[in-house]
Design a protein around this ligand. Structure first.
Ligand code: UD1
Ligand code: MG
Length: 511
């Protein structure tokens, strides 16, 4: 359908936000996946504006930098001195050459605004062919906000700032949300007539309404159904309130699409996250950035996922992941740390106190406990024993380790990169492997064991250990007198398993 009106969106983002007490410009403070400014721009996106102008001032370079990331089509316009919201819009329109159409102005600090609401405001404005329409809301506490002053017939008379209001006006609970639609031609004309005759000595955009009304132009009020959408952010206490409100809104929406949130109050999901049906999110869980959780996956409790993709039916428990991928049916944690480019294939396992960085864990491969995997490729169904360290860094460069399909790495092993353990090879527990192990071979670097009989009795007499040893030796002598044959056969079995210096499966790795 052709666009009936040329539309221009102007976002006001030049203010400092003094009460935030921050070096970061107010509009760049984050709120569940977007900055305050990012939320406003995304609420305005469905208007399909022909152009978007963002008025920048305080922290202009930072705000401009952010815009190139999130809204490269928006035009930043500098308001070097913040002389008021009217002045800001005047400067914005100077950057927009042609005159006609609708100008939508949005304060940069109203992040809970819904696209539907700003859409309804603009539609109502255009259908009524009004000169100006303001979004208003009835709020429990109007402190600090501009009041909507209506005449005896209920029509908008003017908008009065609290500091310029009289007692009767202050009692009004219908407020200006800081979101407006204007007819461009009449807006430009009114802006040229703004005075600074007010308590702050600023050009108030809100005065446009009184001016237009006096000139007999039609001005209108569009009332927001949900007043929380109009809440501004002036300090960090308000920011926390907005965050809670947005959390509840996001969580409710996910539950309605078929995701279980076991404790919505402690579940924080960025607006940019995607969740599939029957995912179950347990308490104290944060899902951030571009995180995607597949159908039936179980996340939490106590999990943070940042820009992480989790496949269907995977499970992640008490873990932290950044820019990682977890395949379908894979299992992570408790207490795992997945760092960027950790890629866990389907049905693989990364268990307790395991850190993985820039590595592929093959399908069905297991890294169950106490291991660092850095810059490695681990083949399908390989098993990495507890306390294995992938030694990837020589102090200058990082090197890769390859562990082949079906390989079996014993516990407490260092794999010193660059090195390759071939497919189906074994590595004996306690080895430091710096040379490739061919497929099917056993790699072992362990020194042979030496037992010095009676050492404790001689060197640690009188200790708990010496007493225990003495009891054990006495007991063994007694026992061998009765069942000497059985004892011998178990000892034989033990020898058989340690041929070649490596112990058997049961000793080298863990499941
Ligand atoms: C403004 C409205 C008030 C409304 C409230 C809603 C005016 C005069 N008052 O008050 O009626 O109830 O918003 O939140 O408009 N800005 C600039 N340049 C400036 C001044 C402000 O870009 O010179 C930007 C700020 O960065 C902010 C927005 O405009 O994003 C609003 O400014 P702010 O100072 O917060 O206005 P309020 O006093 O809250
Ligand atoms: Mg404000």
């Amino acid at each position: 359908m052709p666009q009936p009106h040329l539309r221009t969106v102007v976002v006001l983002a030049a203010g400092e936000g003094k009460r935030m007490k921050s070096t970061l410009p107010k509009v760049l403070h984050p709120l569940l996946g977007r900055t305050l400014l990012g939320h406003v721009l995304s609420a305005a996106a469905p208007l399909a504006a022909d152009r978007t102008v963002v008025v920048v001032g305080h922290g202009a370079d930072q705000v401009r930098g952010h815009l190139t990331e999130v809204a490269p089509d928006a035009t930043p316009v500098l308001q070097a001195e913040q002389l008021g919201t009217g002045h800001a819009v005047r400067i914005a329109l100077e950057a927009v050459p042609d005159g006609a159409g609708t100008v939508v102005v949005i304060n940069g600090d109203v992040p809970l605004l819904r696209p539907e609401t700003v859409g309804a405001l603009v539609t109502a404005h255009e259908e009524a062919a009004a000169a100006a329409t303001v979004l208003a809301a009835e709020v429990p506490d109007p402190t600090g906000l501009g009041r909507i002053v209506r005449d005896a017939d209920g029509r908008l008379e003017q908008i009065v700032e609290e500091r310029d209001a009289d007692a009767a006006q202050r009692a009004i609970r219908e407020i200006n949300a800081g979101i407006y639609a204007f007819d461009a031609v009449r807006l430009r004309e009114a802006l040229s007539k703004l005075s600074t005759d007010n308590d702050q000595g600023e050009e108030y955009l809100t005065d446009v309404f009184g001016l237009l009304r006096s000139a007999g132009e039609p001005v209108a009020v569009h009332v927001a159904v949900d007043h929380t959408e109009t809440l501004g952010c002036n300090d960090r206490v308000e920011l926390a309130t907005l965050r809670r409100l947005l959390r509840d809104r996001v969580n409710e929406a996910w539950m309605r699409t078929g995701v279980s949130l076991l404790d919505p109050v402690t579940t924080w999901i960025d607006v940019t996250v995607a969740l599939d049906r029957d995912a179950v999110i347990d308490q104290n869980t944060q899902l951030r950035g571009g995180t995607v959780v597949g159908a039936g996956a179980q996340i939490g409790p106590d999990v943070t996922l940042i820009d992480t993709i989790v496949g269907p039916d995977a499970s992640v428990v008490r873990s932290h992941a950044v820019s990682a991928e977890v395949g379908a049916g894979a299992s992570v944690g408790p207490y795992a740390y997945l760092r960027p480019a950790a890629r866990l294939s389907d049905k693989s396992k990364v268990g307790t106190f395991v850190e993985v960085k820039n590595s592929e864990i093959g399908p069905g491969a297991k890294v169950p406990h106490l291991t660092y995997v850095g810059d490695a490729t681990i083949g399908a169904k390989a098993n990495i024993g507890a306390a294995t360290i992938f030694v990837n860094y020589d102090g200058v460069n990082k090197h890769r380790t390859v562990v082949g399909e079906g390989a079996f790495v014993g516990c407490d092993t260092s794999l010193i990169a660059p090195v390759e353990v071939g497919a189906g090879a074994y590595v004996a527990a306690g080895s430091a492997i710096a040379q490739d192990v061919p497929p099917g071979a056993l790699g072992v670097t362990r020194a042979p064991q030496r037992n010095i009989e009676g050492w404790v009795a001689r060197k640690r007499p009188g200790t708990v250990s010496a007493a225990a040893a003495e009891r054990a030796q006495r007991g063994a002598e007694g026992a061998s007198e009765v069942t000497g044959a059985a004892s011998d056969s178990e000892a034989m079995h033990g020898v058989a398993e340690t041929v070649g210096g490596a112990s058997g499966t049961g000793d080298t790795a863990t499941e």
